[in-house]
Design a binder for this molecule. Structure first.
Ligand code: NDP
Length: 324
């Protein structure tokens, strides 16, 4: 099966496929689920895989990539794998520990893209993702993210990662990195929630003007899990405009939502572990939305966020207090 999508250039000379497969499962994972899904994903043409230490399944992603290299479906250089350093590893002396863990789990020599997962540092912990004190309060850490970034640059120089970027950074936080006096590498991307109900038009414009790619997570509005999303928001895939446009183009609302993004230069990483939906999500390169369609979708933006990380709302670096 041919590789799907188009490659978007990054500001460091590499490039990223504009459609990737998300691997953060909100369902209870049974051992083997991720490996099976990722193998299927690669078989049907996905070459960009989005993962993270935090998702707890990098061992299976590595297993799947290695299996598909071994059976001749792909070469390592055909795959673009993204991982992310979690909040408990943001102290400069811990970033490499997190990356070593990731590479060990994957059993690979490098990752293609390494991101600071969130701009909020938590107390160092090997065991807990959200370390708490005796009263249950999540323990924050005071870390200068510019020092964290300098270590990320070192990881790139050492060949452990090909490109480096950030995730969930607001404009001010991106500017802080871009204005570092000794900046060696700009972030290649900012991975943030992005879909027709949170179209991030201002952040997208800012990123484009700085040659930073916007990677949109939860591009389908994370339709399922009420435990993990802000359920006060309407369900994106039930939107009448998206459905109507789907009928016009003989596509689903999900395909319209994904096509909208790639057409405006946003890289999308929908998660699906179902072969049928994985196939559906890649069938977005055989039709075009008109300018009028694009405007109509712009018009359904509600600035509503499904992933709010509200347990950290009092963190000094909580990114979503700013407008963008
Ligand atoms: P998505 O918007 O991709 O939605 C995923 C959900 O939609 C799954 O439950 C999936 O179920 C279902 N689904 C997939 N395709 C379709 C379809 N065509 N029609 C209807 N339902 C569908 O949300 P995510 O939050 O998972 O975001 C995608 C990826 O982004 C994550 O997996 C992760 O890699 C990344 N991410 C990054 C974050 C960050 O902080 N940097 C935060 C959140 C996500 P099923 O599997 O059964 O098909």
């Amino acid at each position: 099966m041919a590789a799907i999508g188009r490659c978007v250039p990054l500001n460091d000379g590499s490039s990223i496929p504009n459609l990737g497969l998300g691997t953060c499962s909100l369902d209870k994972l049974v051992k083997g689920d991720t490996a099976k899904a990722v193998k299927t994903g690669i078989e049907i043409g996905y070459r960009h895989l989005d993962g993270a230490l935090m998702y707890g399944n990098e061992d299976e992603i590595g297993e799947a990539i290695r299996a598909k290299i071994a059976d001749g479906t792909v070469k390592r250089e055909d795959i673009f794998y993204t991982s992310k350093v979690w909040m408990t590893y943001l102290s400069p002396d811990l970033v490499r520990n997190a990356l070593t863990k990731t590479l060990k789990s994957l059993r690979l020599d490098y990752v293609d893209l390494y991101l600071i997962h969130w701009p909020m540092a938590l107390k160092a912990s090997e065991k807990e993702l959200f370390p708490r004190d005796a009263s249950g309060k999540i323990l924050h850490e005071n870390v200068d993210l510019r020092e964290t970034w300098a270590v990320m640059e070192g990881c790139k120089d050492d060949g452990l990662v090909r490109s480096i970027g950030v995730s969930n950074f607001n404009r001010r936080q991106l500017e802080m990195i871009l204005q570092m006096p000794n900046l060696k590498y700009k972030p290649v991307c900012n991975q943030v929630e992005c879909h027709p109900y949170l179209n991030q038009s201002k952040l997208l414009m800012y990123c484009k003007s700085n040659n930073i790619v916007l990677v949109g997570y939860s591009p389908l509005g994370r339709p399922q899990d009420p435990a993990l999303v802000n359920t006060k928001n309407p369900i994106l895939l039930n939107d009448p405009e998206l459905k109507k446009m789907g009928e016009k183009h003989q596509k689903t609302a999900a395909q319209i939502a994904l096509r909208y993004q790639v057409q405006r230069g946003v890289v999308v990483i929908p998660k699906s572990f179902s072969p049928g939906r994985m196939k559906q999500n890649k069938e977005i390169f055989d039709f075009c939305l008109t300018d009028e369609d694009m405007k109509r979708i712009d018009g359904i933006n509600k600035n509503c966020r499904y992933v709010t990380e509200e347990t950290l709302i009092d963190h000094p670096n909580y990114p979503f207090h700013d407008e963008y």
